[in-house]
Design a protein around this ligand. Structure first.
Ligand SMILES: Cc1cc2nc3c(=O)[nH]c(=O)nc-3n(C[C@H](O)[C@H](O)[C@H](O)COP(=O)(O)OP(=O)(O)OC[C@H]3O[C@@H](n4cnc5c(N)ncnc54)[C@H](O)[C@@H]3O)c2cc1C
Length: 432
């Protein structure tokens, strides 16, 4: 019997737990994996540390930032983010819309011409992400860059996506900035992530570790059923927990089938929520001069991965002395692009493509290579989500289950937003 049972020990569950702890409330976190941390877990192998998916902290929430700093005892790196793009053999400083210099003349002319035209066209209310891109950047840029990248990353086309998740993710420049970037080889520095923080040792997960001991967490405990009215949480091993309140960070399409007596229309709604599946290929080499950028975006369909990042540039503590590492992300989704190959089979094409684009050498000594699968990586902001998400959330709210986090609220949450949403869910549970 606990005052509150929290399901999931990722950032959202930990945020909820920390809020409950600060109120002196008895609480228990149940986590299905053998370790807490959720998506922000880090793994060390042969001296190379990789996060489950690449993570950096760029939070602007001062309270959360102070907690992370405190959790690592001030042992973190502060890095000025260097980000670039590869398009048909051209390395372009990010964001491309203000760094067109050096690209083929016809493309630059088309981008500038269409951007000016879009800028002078009164925008209507966009029906979808494609409309928004065309109205914001003009036809040539929108179709060459964000629509291509978006399709690779989100696994569905822009016309099938909403715009409510965008926030500062895509920079909308002034005409002067586009022109200056087309004429001048000196790149403008307007990326929405500027300064990033990363623990000196132990990967991103080090930012969380003290919370593992200040809260009661039971790992290897998969929740298999919930009776919200009775306050019962049933475990896969047959045991039961009684709780005054239940807070869940379980992905909504997985949560709904666990809850007793959910009507068919809510089950149907939850089944339409889609997320990407990410396969990360993690590679360690014995030199550290493999990239100038902390991460890179890839637009060309003949490159197997969509994004790469370089942990050794975040902290030298992630690699053996003098060594380098690269994490490549490949995206799939059950709904739009099923993962129909074995994750391990992506290692070879990743190494071959990294060699083709000049990150690795033909004679590279690959010391370490592995592939990992993240079954829920990013929420897909497809048009179905706009319709069905309120049905699912309203139902859970009515039944008294508080949900939080990226997959409990089914939103674009970064780590700070996930933690804060956990705190907010705990507050709602306390207010009940
Ligand atoms: C590839 C990638 C890169 C990212 N990069 C960044 C970044 O650079 N910076 C940033 O701020 N954010 C980043 N994010 C976002 C960040 O990972 C999330 O905001 C955050 O980790 C989500 O935390 P959460 O607790 O909501 O979910 P999760 O971390 O998924 O936690 C949910 C937990 O619930 C557990 N669970 C699920 N079902 C059950 C069950 N039935 N019983 C018990 N436990 C269960 C899971 O095992 C998991 O531990 C990135 C995300 C991805 C995918």
């Amino acid at each position: 019997m606990s005052d509150v049972v929290v399901i999931g020990a990722g950032l959202a569950g930990l945020g909820a737990a920390e809020r409950l702890r600060s109120e002196g409330r008895d609480h228990l976190i149940l986590e299905k994996e053998e370790r807490p941390g959720g998506h922000t877990r880090s793994y060390e192998n042969l001296g190379y540390t990789f996060d489950e998916g690449p993570h950096v902290s760029f939070t602007s929430d001062e309270g959360f930032r102070a907690q992370l700093d405190d959790n690592v005892g001030g042992q973190f790196e502060t890095v000025k983010a260097v980000v670039n793009n590869l398009w048909k053999g051209h390395w372009i400083t990010h964001p491309a819309q203000v760094n067109l210099n050096g690209l083929p003349e016809d493309l630059v002319v088309g981008c500038v011409r269409d951007f000016v035209q879009a800028f002078h066209t009164e925008p209507g209310r966009p029906d979808n992400y494609a409309d928004w891109l065309l109205a914001s950047f003009g036809e040539t840029f929108a179709r060459t860059f964000p629509m291509e990248y978006g399709h690779r990353y989100h696994t569905t086309e822009a016309a099938n996506m909403s715009t409510d998740w965008l926030g500062p993710r895509l920079y909308r420049p002034e005409i002067e900035e586009v022109l200056r970037g087309a004429i001048s080889p000196t790149p403008a520095d307007v990326h929405y992530i500027q300064e990033i923080r990363y623990p000196s040792l132990g990967g991103f997960e080090s930012f969380l570790r003290p919370w593992y001991t200040t809260n009661q967490i039971e790992c290897g405990q998969r929740v298999a059923g919930i009776d919200p009215e009775a306050g019962t949480v049933r475990m896969a091993d047959g045991t039961r927990h009684q709780a005054g309140s239940i807070i869940s960070s379980v992905p909504l399409p997985d949560l709904i089938p666990l809850v007793d007596r959910v009507p068919a229309d809510v089950q149907e709604a939850a089944s339409l929520l889609a997320a990407t599946v990410c396969v990360t290929v993690n590679i360690g080499v014995d030199r550290d001069d493999i990239s100038e950028a902390h991460w890179s975006y890839f637009y060309d369909r003949d490159i197997s991965f969509v994004r790469t990042s370089y942990p050794h540039l975040l902290s030298p503590g992630t690699v053996p002395t003098g060594c380098g590492s690269v994490q490549a992300e490949h995206y799939y989704s059950t709904k739009y692009r099923p993962l129909d190959v074995s994750p391990q089979s992506l290692i070879e094409p990743t190494i071959s493509d990294l060699t083709r684009i000049g990150v690795l050498r033909e004679t590279e000594n690959v010391v370490f290579a592995e592939a990992r699968v993240l079954p829920h990586a990013n929420v897909i902001f497809d048009l179905d989500r706009v319709e069905v998400l309120p049905i699912v959330l309203d139902h859970l709210r009515e039944r008294g289950i508080e949900t939080c986090g990226r997959f409990g609220e089914w939103g674009p949450h970064w780590t700070d937003q996930s933690f804060l949403s956990g705190e907010a869910a705990a507050q709602r549970a306390l207010d009940r």
